[in-house]
Design a binder for this molecule. Structure first.
Ligand code: AMP
Length: 562
């Protein structure tokens, strides 16, 4: 057991806090893969995963992922090698995740939607050694992409496919380790896990909320599974719970609130896709009792289609944006259906509604932190002055599962943390006291991003990419309200020669730079100049208000015309 600090690129937890988390039980000394194995030993025959096509029990999942881990090791992958993931919500993603974790490899939680701009940067940053891609996407050839990406890459040595052609050149995850006897695979996994230090990185998540290209978030074995277990316990889950998940499983919310949380108590994960209609059908068929609904699905829950999923549900957790009363009441009908809220981030902190909280707290707040050791402070933005209850300020947090620093980002870390190690979330929040309990409410954000149905788009990153177009002299990217996704991206642009360009030109430019499509602006507003505040910054508040008013007026018009 030797903890690797990656040449100083990993920020360790301060010793006194680490000792405290070990003593309080917030941290575990067991490797993440072993935690799954223990659960599989307790609940071997219970369903671990249900998808539209397949169902797998814990014992099958445990054995198959042992074999995949052994197969990955046989390919030559070594402990702590980072592995880029580009997979969607399917059973193989779960197999690949646990297979990597049990082999001591580090899944990198990139998305199937990412392209060269994102994958190229992140894979180099972490020194990725392998790349697992889904071969059957209807709209994009990820295998061809992975080959192109690997061609001049300093560290990538392996490409693996999911749903790849039987005669494909790359190893198929579905076949990995199938010839390794179950007992031998178990021994190989145990030998690997014996080398795991609890401080080792278990997974690299990505941050959406920081400046420039996404920052890498190192989650470690000591805390990652426990974070999920705390979430499951907060909601009162046990092995009889049936947990549906519709949003990308690879996101931190997917891994923590879906995969790990369900499995940490022996519950079944019902892994659906983002298509609400088929997800609700699967939930009904698999009798889901729990679901996390991100704001990209708020509209779908209001639609009659949700009725089919509703019958078996006992708890619905809403997350990502303010919860309108209509939505809350649609879920929480006083007839056995409970609605609560989650506020969470890949960097760590989770707050969730306690099940017994009064209706007002469930409707208007995001609950309380899930760990007894979580510490939160509301600070006056840009300072370390703590504000009083009820005052809106920047939410800052510290705790057993909140990172003490981003990976390899010393300059950014200096700004992102207070002098005593509280993470500055960039979210605006307040403490509200209801019936004597202190609840957190989210009141907006300081950080400059667009939250497109849960996918975060960093404004600065996109502005720099837009400015690389010769026809663009100035750019400001802002969120515009959208009934389905909550927010979409609007770019205010100043043309170099005064001639506006069509949206298709700008999108083609971003495609050429290899930027993921979900980041492309969906609307352009050309202006002769951008408004500035009195401290000479682009006045985004004004632009946001302007586009919101325009969108509302257009919606009103189309209503009238219809
Ligand atoms: P991510 O790391 O992608 O999970 O994004 C975390 C960010 O999503 C937070 O810092 C918030 O800005 C936003 N977020 C998460 N939950 C909520 C919520 N319940 N209400 C408002 N914003 C949220």
């Amino acid at each position: 057991m030797t903890f690797s600090d990656w040449g100083g690129r990993l920020v360790p937890f301060p010793e006194d806090r680490a000792d405290h988390y070990r003593a309080s039980g917030a941290w575990s000394s067991d490797p993440t893969g072993q935690r799954l194995h223990e659960i599989a030993t307790r609940f071997p025959d219970r369903s671990a995963v249900i998808t539209a096509e397949r169902e797998m029990s814990f014992i099958e999942l445990d054995r198959r992922t042992d074999q995949i881990a052994a197969g990955l090791i046989r390919l030559g992958l070594q402990r702590l090698d980072p592995v880029i993931f580009q997979l969607t919500n399917r059973l193989e993603t779960v197999l690949a995740w646990y297979g990597c974790v049990k082999a001591g490899l580090i899944p990198v939680a990139t998305l199937a939607a990412h392209r060269m701009h994102e994958i190229g940067n992140i894979s180099r940053k972490v020194g990725a050694v392998a790349h697992i891609v889904e071969a059957s996407l209807p709209t994009f050839d990820l295998v061809g992409f992975a080959r192109e990406h690997a061609a001049d890459h300093p560290t990538i040595r392996h490409i693996l496919t999911v749903a790849g052609a039987a005669d494909g050149a790359e190893p198929r995850l579905e076949e990995l380790g199938l010839d390794i006897p179950v007992a031998s695979a178990r021994t190989i996994v145990e030998q690997t896990e014996a080398q795991t230090d609890p401080l080792d990185v278990a997974a690299f998540q990505l941050s959406g909320g920081t400046t420039g290209v996404p920052k890498v978030i190192p989650r470690i074995h000591a805390e990652y599974w426990n974070n999920a277990l705390l979430y499951a316990r907060r909601l009162g889950w046990d092995e009889h719970s049936r947990v549906a998940h519709l949003i990308p499983i690879i996101h931190n919310a997917g891994i923590t609130c879906g995969l790990h949380a369900a499995h940490s108590v022996g519950a079944c994960l019902i892994l659906a896709t983002a298509d609400a209609s088929s997800a609700f059908e699967l939930m009904a068929r698999a009798r889901a009792t729990e679901v996390l609904i991100g704001h990209g699905h708020y509209q779908a829950v209001l639609s009659p289609e949700f009725d089919k999923a509703r019958a078996s549900l006992s708890r619905v957790v809403l997350s990502g944006a303010k919860v309108p009363l209509e939505l809350f009441e649609r879920v929480d009908d006083g007839a056995g259906h409970w609605a609560g809220q989650l506020f969470g981030m890949s960097e760590g902190l989770f707050t969730v509604t306690p099940p017994g909280a009064p209706t007002k707290a469930r409707l208007t707040t995001v609950g309380t932190p899930v760990a007894a050791d979580d510490e939160i402070r509301i600070l006056e933005p840009g300072t370390e002055n703590e504000l009083g209850d009820g005052e809106v300020g920047e939410l800052c947090c510290r705790g057993p599962y909140t990172i003490p620093g981003y990976f390899d980002a010393p300059d950014h870390n200096r700004e992102a943390f207070t002098s005593d190690g509280f993470y500055r979330t960039g979210d605006l929040a307040a403490i509200t006291i209801i019936d004597g309990e202190r609840y957190l409410s989210i009141e907006g954000r300081i950080k400059d991003l667009i939250n497109r149905g849960g996918e975060k788009i960093n404004a600065e990153e996109l502005e720099l990419l837009l400015l690389a177009h010769p026809g663009v002299a100035n750019a400001a990217v802002v969120a515009m309200p959208d009934p389905r996704l909550g927010e979409r991206t609007c770019a205010y642009l100043v043309a170099t020669d005064g001639e506006p360009l069509p949206l298709s030109d700008i999108q083609a430019h971003l495609a050429q730079l290899g930027v993921a499509k979900f980041k492309w602006p969906e609307r352009l507003e050309w202006a002769s100049s951008l408004p500035h505040t009195n401290v000479n910054k682009v006045d985004k508040k004004r632009l946001r208000a302007e586009i919101a008013a325009k969108v509302a007026a257009e919606a009103e018009m189309s209503h009238t015309v219809v």
